[in-house]
Design a binder for this molecule. Structure first.
Ligand SMILES: Cc1cc2nc3c(=O)[nH]c(=O)nc-3n(C[C@H](O)[C@H](O)[C@H](O)COP(=O)(O)O)c2cc1C
Length: 332
């Protein structure tokens, strides 16, 4: 296969779609660098959230999600990609290099997932139970396995324990001023910023009580059609990896993206949930609740949306801030 680089418009549109990927608090911790051989993906340590994500695990997971979005964005344009993950041991920020080649045909499944990119968003409102769930889960498991990441369905018995742990953790973190300052810096602002979680994407004060398995964000303005009537009936999924290396995190992000886009393409609403896997005690609890020996990385709520109007999409940073022709040299 001969490698090539698409024209500027195609490349920019694929990277723009990749940047629609989910990221911790919409921090968008990625940088793309294009040269005549292809693209490189770097994590951006200036966008690390130290009080929430001290080791940068979720920063790398977020970048993995962007890498997977890129793959589908290119596939829908008739480009295949060759990914070399963690190609340089000495450069921790370089997560992947991506070579491109012309594909003979566009695979309909890939095109469907690319089409789902602009329609996917994180929905933090309560969900109705997902229909045909027994038929959907093997498919989601296969999608996740392609990245070497296991997807576990947590049964109803786990729900109460997870919800209780979530409430306890919210209480604990309520008294942590550094965590709270970081959360409030990133989330709950009325103005349209090109980063962070806007108040329109956060449940209203009354609605917050309907979803116990949720990070304790500030209150927002999002509400279900009938806020009084609903308790969350989301199915709960867990992504696990064998180890906790940066490669595991990157692959986990790729699996997360593929699972979220598959759900979106089937009309299902989703919400990644990571506060419980951030703290050692609650991470151990999640591991004990799952039938899987792997390390819990990301929980995902999946179900049917309960709001009438589509939630507004969250903003992204302009391409000029994340896509560069050559790798910028750090200041002396
Ligand atoms: C690694 C990671 C962790 C996340 N953790 C949470 C979380 O704990 N709670 C939540 O409501 N959303 C979580 N999200 C979703 C992000 O907040 C969301 O992707 C971001 O605000 C952009 O919005 P969008 O997904 O609607 O495009 C997470 C996303 C990623 C990739």
């Amino acid at each position: 296969m001969t490698s090539a680089v698409p024209d500027r418009a195609s490349l920019e549109s694929a990277v723009a779609l990749a940047c629609r990927a989910p990221s911790l608090h919409n921090s968008q911790p990625w940088r793309w660098v294009v040269d005549r051989y292809g693209l490189s993906l770097f994590s951006d340590p200036d966008r690390l959230l130290p009080a929430t994500d001290d080791f940068g695990r979720q920063m790398v997971i977020s970048c993995g999600a962007a890498l997977n979005h890129l793959e589908y964005a290119f596939a829908a344009q008739g480009w295949g990609i060759d990914i070399d993950r963690m190609p340089a041991r000495a450069d921790r920020e370089l997560l992947a290099t991506v070579g491109m080649f012309h594909q003979r045909e566009i695979v309909p499944d890939d095109a469907r997932l690319a089409e789902a990119i602009p329609t996917r968003s994180t929905d933090r409102l309560p969900f109705a139970a997902p229909p045909s769930w027994d038929e959907t889960t093997p498919h989601l498991q296969a999608v996740s396995e392609r990245s070497g990441v296991r997807l576990v369905v947590l049964g109803e018995r786990s729900r109460a324990a997870l919800e209780e742990a979530s409430l306890r953790l919210s209480g604990l973190r309520g008294g942590n001023p550094v965590y709270q300052a970081e959360l409030r810096w990133w989330a709950g602002h009325p103005d349209p910023f090109p980063q962070g979680v806007p108040e329109a994407a956060l449940p209203s004060a009354t609605q917050r009580r309907s979803v116990s398995l949720a990070r304790d964000f500030p209150s927002g303005t999002a509400a279900s059609a009938d806020p009084a009537a609903l308790q969350d009936q989301a199915a709960i999924l867990l992504l696990t990896t064998d180890a906790d290396s940066r490669l595991d995190w990157l692959r986990c992000g790729e699996a997360l993206s593929a699972v979220l886009l598959t759900c979106a393409s089937r009309g299902l609403a989703t919400c990644p949930v990571t506060h419980l896997t951030e703290m050692p005690a609650t991470r151990t609890l999640v591991r004990d609740l799952s039938s899987d020996p792997g390390l819990p990385q990301v929980l995902i709520r999946v179900g049917v949306a309960t709001h009438e109007q589509t939630l507004p999409t969250t903003s992204r940073r302009p391409l000029s801030e994340v896509l560069f022709k050559v790798r910028p040299t750090p200041p002396e």
